[in-house]
Design a binder for this molecule. Structure first.
Ligand SMILES: C[S@@+](CC[C@H](N)C(=O)[O-])C[C@H]1O[C@@H](n2cnc3c(N)ncnc32)[C@H](O)[C@@H]1O
Length: 276
């Protein structure tokens, strides 16, 4: 199920204001856990083994990074040898991404666009489209998102998604255990956002945003609805990093979401291919 057009447009504008603000802040504060720009320019790598393994060898390949934020991962794919294009709807993020490309000396194209309405100029250009960590929860029209990703691929091209697992998205805090999201349904979920996951010490304006919970079944059905062939679906109970800020770090340095004597999955991964 998806949000109606008018309400969705309002949600997109609220969300863009949030991401413009985050694109201004990220990588600029001392306590930033993810986006230190100086070390990135000096050569720090950002992609994790799960993403690298699923995407595979990108040397000389055309790679589209959907919802690229200010381009760190996009540029890290360029360091792996890909010809990269990043897309994001935040003009602030795109401007910063272009500056970051200049600072690193890496070639990249950055396009300001809503991933629910990718421009036709991207159609059929890419061997792989990648979207990772905190992407589909911002998307009111999942069918349009999948359609754009499928259009952008060449025949035989692959879509790779690594994102927060819907079960992990449901949890607001572990101690006490608070569940504040439905498992799926795709209905707009208004919430108030304050601060940023990248640096808990940063104070920002309280903003209303609109997010969308999707179950794994809904995501897979949208992939198939776009004419793609599902080639992999994985559920991962540990992550190299803590995308929620309250996961429990084990002796192996990986982050988990304990529930009773077991764990809930933290991430899912999905690959799909465009028929050749
Ligand atoms: C959590 S960030 C993704 C982080 C990313 N994996 C990275 O490399 O840093 C989510 C991104 O989605 C973008 N975004 C949200 N809704 C969007 C939309 N409808 N169209 C395009 N970009 C969108 C935001 O601007 C933000 O940069």
């Amino acid at each position: 199920m998806t949000d109606s057009g008018g309400a969705r447009a309002v949600g997109t504008e609220l969300n863009r204001a949030l991401w413009d603000e985050r694109a201004r802040i990220h990588g600029t504060t001392e306590g930033d856990r993810f986006y230190d720009e100086a070390s990135f320019v000096a050569g720090r790598r950002t992609l994790n083994p799960l993403e690298i393994g699923l995407v595979g060898d990108v040397e000389g390949r055309d790679l589209l990074h959907l919802q690229c934020h200010f381009g760190m991962d996009t540029l890290d794919w360029a360091r792996h040898g890909a010809r990269v294009t990043g897309v994001d709807f935040s003009p602030v993020a795109i401007a910063r991404a272009r500056r970051l490309a200049e600072r690193t000396g890496l070639a990249a194209e950055f396009v300001e666009a809503d991933t629910q309405a990718l421009p036709a100029s991207l159609d059929g250009r890419f061997d792989v489209a990648v979207a990772t960590i905190g992407v589909l929860c911002w998307i009111g029209d999942l069918a349009a998102w999948m359609d754009g990703a499928a259009r952008a691929l060449r025949p035989g091209g692959r879509l790779v998604i690594v994102d927060l697992h819907p079960a992990c998205q449901m949890v607001a805090s572990l101690d006490p255990l608070v569940i504040d999201w439905p498992y799926g349904g795709g209905e707009p979920h208004k919430e108030v956002s304050e601060g940023t996951y990248a640096d808990p010490s940063v104070r920002t304006e309280r903003r209303e945003v609109v997010a969308y919970p999707y179950s794994l079944g809904e995501i897979v059905t949208a992939v198939l609805g776009a004419g793609l062939t599902l080639t992999h679906l994985g559920e991962h109970d540990a992550a190299e990093f803590d995308p929620r800020g309250f996961l429990v770090k084990g002796d192996d340095g990986r982050h988990r979401l304990p529930l009773g004597d077991s764990h809930l999955p933290v991430l899912y991964s999905l690959t799909a291919a465009k028929p050749g």
